[in-house]
Design a protein around this ligand. Structure first.
Ligand code: ADP
Ligand code: MG
Length: 331
């Protein structure tokens, strides 16, 4: 008798959860990205106790068809890609079909969703990966997902959670960046009943910058706008007198996806040359669009890191655009 066996779906989901759901902010990220993929224009995020007690994301997007509701929580279940070739032309934030089953494997999840505007929808309760209840429910068009008691059934992971403030910091950091990436969507973030952030969703990036970094910071920003055959860049960089002690206020967004890319941030810094004081960093929001074939997003489970096929060209382009923008301001 051989010793190898195929793990049952339950265990497989728990393992996937270990990668996808690292902490409360990972849940917020996956749910908000789903809301964006669903075409929402308004996304409200409500958290309690740093997300450990409750993470609720309410959107006004397409909703999930009643017949798809349970399937959405199955592993590798996605409406976003169909074949391997689709992986090379991804335009949505999600595509792995892993988030919902992973989250449901390690929390108590309630999903109320409707794909119609007639007030009819569906409610689904899942605990630790087991469907407890599926029923018709009154719902407006869109999706309302609540995730309670994260990691209640995985004590080892629970032990690694940091303070409420730390977890909230990760959540708000994500929300700031996604709001910067989608100025046309109205976001809000509430923690323990307090409103921490609200954007208007009117498409004005500078207003989002003001909502996050304050009005006076927004007044010190210089606009960027440029393109060549491969890339389009829009955004804002701070005048050299507005700086930070670290690079955390440099936000890079590639094809609508917030990404971490050291080389890109470094190129932005380099563009300031000697304008910045030593060990000070600018505020920057760089929105870069390119043909999806020029960027591989399938290199990291949370899709936070990406690989560019013509990286040197891109870095040069970005640095040049920032240099030009600063020069235009006679700095
Ligand atoms: P992925 O986003 O990679 O497709 P998920 O597990 O995050 O996988 O979601 C599974 C599916 O559930 C999605 O493909 C989508 O069809 C549906 N879905 C999830 N969240 C929403 C939402 N907020 N609005 C509409 N559909 C959703
Ligand atoms: Mg998803």
């Amino acid at each position: 008798m051989g010793k190898i066996r195929i793990l049952d779906g339950h265990v497989a989901n728990q393992i996937a959860a270990g990668e996808v759901v690292e902490r409360p902010s990972s849940v917020v990220k996956e749910l908000v990205e789903n809301a964006i993929d669903a075409g929402s224009t308004r996304i409200d995020v409500i958290v309690e106790e740093g997300g450990m007690q409750l993470i609720r994301v309410v959107d006004n997007g397409s909703g999930i068809e009643p017949d798809d509701c349970e399937a959405a929580f199955l592993r590798h279940a996605t409406s976003k890609i169909a074949t391997g070739r689709d992986l090379f032309r991804i335009r949505t934030l999600g595509f792995r079909g892993e988030a919902l089953p992973s989250i449901a494997a390690v929390a108590r999840v309630e999903c109320v969703t409707s794909a119609q505007s007639d007030g009819l929808g569906r409610r689904l309760l899942i605990e630790g990966g087991t469907v407890r209840r599926v029923e018709d429910a009154a719902a407006s068009r869109g999706t309302d997902i609540s995730v309670r008691d994260l990691f209640y059934n995985t004590p080892a992971r629970l032990k690694y959670m940091k303070s409420t403030q730390t977890e909230l910091g990760h959540i708000s950091d994500f929300l700031y960046r996604i709001a910067l990436a989608y100025p046309q969507i109205a976001f809000s973030l509430k923690h323990n009943g307090n409103l921490l952030m609200r954007t208007l969703g009117n498409g004005d990036l500078l207003q989002v910058i003001a909502a996050i970094y304050g009005a006076s910071a927004a007044r010190s920003m210089v606009p960027l706008q440029g393109e060549n055959l491969d890339y389009t860049l829009v955004g804002y960089v701070s005048r050299p007198e507005l700086t930070r002690a670290n690079r955390s206020a440099v936000t890079t967004i590639v094809n609508g996806r917030f990404v971490r890319n050291y080389a890109l941030a470094q190129a932005a810094l380099g563009a300031y040359h000697t304008l910045l004081p030593v060990n000070r960093y600018p505020l920057a929001v760089l929105r870069i669009d390119m043909d999806p074939t020029l960027v591989d997003v399938n290199v990291h489970p949370a899709k936070l890191e990406v690989r560019f096929s013509k990286e040197d060209d891109l870095l040069q382009f970005v640095a040049e655009q920032i240099r030009l923008a600063l020069k235009r301001q006679n700095l």
